[in-house]
Design a protein around this ligand. Sequence first.
Ligand code: KG4
Ligand code: ZN
Length: 351
Amino acid sequence: MLVLGIETSCDETAAAVVDSDGHVLADVVHSQVALHAPYGGIVPELASRDHLRNLRPVVEAALERASLGIGDIGGIAVTARPGLSGALLVGTGFARGLAYSRGLPVVGVDHLVGHLLAAFLRYDDVASAPPEFPFVALLASGGHTALYRVDGLELSQVQELGATRDDAAGEAFDKVGKLLGLGYPGGPVIDRLAREGDPSAIPLARPMKQSRSLEFSFSGLKTQVMRWVAENGAPKDDQTLRDLCASFQRVVVDSLVKKAVTAATGERVGTLVLAGGVAANSGLRQHAREAAERASLALVVPPLRACTDNAAMIAFAGSTRLARGEDDRFTLETSPHTALLQVTRKGRGRR
Ligand code: KG4
Ligand code: ZN
C-alpha cells in the first residue's frame, strides 16, 4: 500500500509517499526556519498560518515527485501528537478533508514514534539496511530525549529505559545557541562551529557523571555555559566561540553515547539506533560509531533527512495500522502529549 504522510507539528510543513516496506518514493519538506528566525524561537500563530499556506503545494509536490496521483494512494498518515496545537490542527484537518473527499482511510501518528522508526526508511540514493529487533534506540529531539528498548513496530513493543529529567538534548543546544547569539535553532550552528573547536579547551562537567541510571540531565550544563559567559564575557573571538561550542557539544555527546551504549549492553541487544533531530549532529554520529564498534554493537544511523522532521517517518509509522484496515477518520484528535509517555517504563510498570 502507498501511504501519504503529512507532518505539521512544529516548524516544518512536510509530505511524503512511502510504501509498506519503508521505501520512500517522495519526501518534501518546507522549513519555516527563516520565518521564525527574527523572533529567536518558534511563534505558534505564525507556524499555523504558514502551514495553511504551504501544506497543499507541499502535498502536490510530493505526489508529483513520485509521479503519482491521489488515486494511487491507499491511505493517509498524519501527525496528531505531540506538537503545537494550532499547527497539528492544520495537518489533521487537511488530512481528514482529503480522506473524506477521496474515500481514503486516515490514521493519526505520534511524531516521536515516527522518529523512533525512521531507521526503517529506505531511500533510492542511500544504501542502508533496517535494524534488527530487538534494538535500543536513543531518541534525541528538540522536545524529548530518552532511551527505548524496541522489540517490534507496535507501541506495546516499546519500553522506556530512561529519559531526561529536565531539558531535552536539542533544547540544550538551542538554549546555548541563543545564549551565544547564534540564532534559532542553535543545534546545527553549534555542530558546524564545534568542528573547528577544541573540545577540551573549556572545562565543563558531564551531568550525572557518577550516576549509573539511564536518565539524562542537561539543564545544569546550560547553567555551566551561562556561568562561564557571566565570568568570562561573551566569546571575544571566533576561536573561543568554536572552542566553547566544541566543549559544550562534547559533554552532551559523551552523555548521550555513554548511556546509550550502557543501555544496549545492559539489554543484551546487538543493535543501537539513533533517532531525532539531534541524531543529525556530526559529533554524535562519529562518537556513537566509535563507541558502538568498541562495544561490538551494530549502529544504525538514519540519513540526515530522516533524522530531522519529515513526513516519510510519519507515513511509515502509520503504515502498519493502515495495512490492518484501521481508520481514525471519525475519531482523529490532536494532543500535546506523546503516546510514548504511556509505554512501559522498565521496572515501574505502565505510567
Ligand atoms: O526532531 P527534530 O527535527 O524536531 C523535534 O521533534 O523536536 O529536532 C529538532 C532539534 C532542535 O533542537 C535542533 O537544534 C536539533 O534538533 N538539531 C541538532 C542538529 N540538527 C538539528 N542538534 C545538534 N546538531 C545538529 N546537527
Ligand atoms: Zn521531531
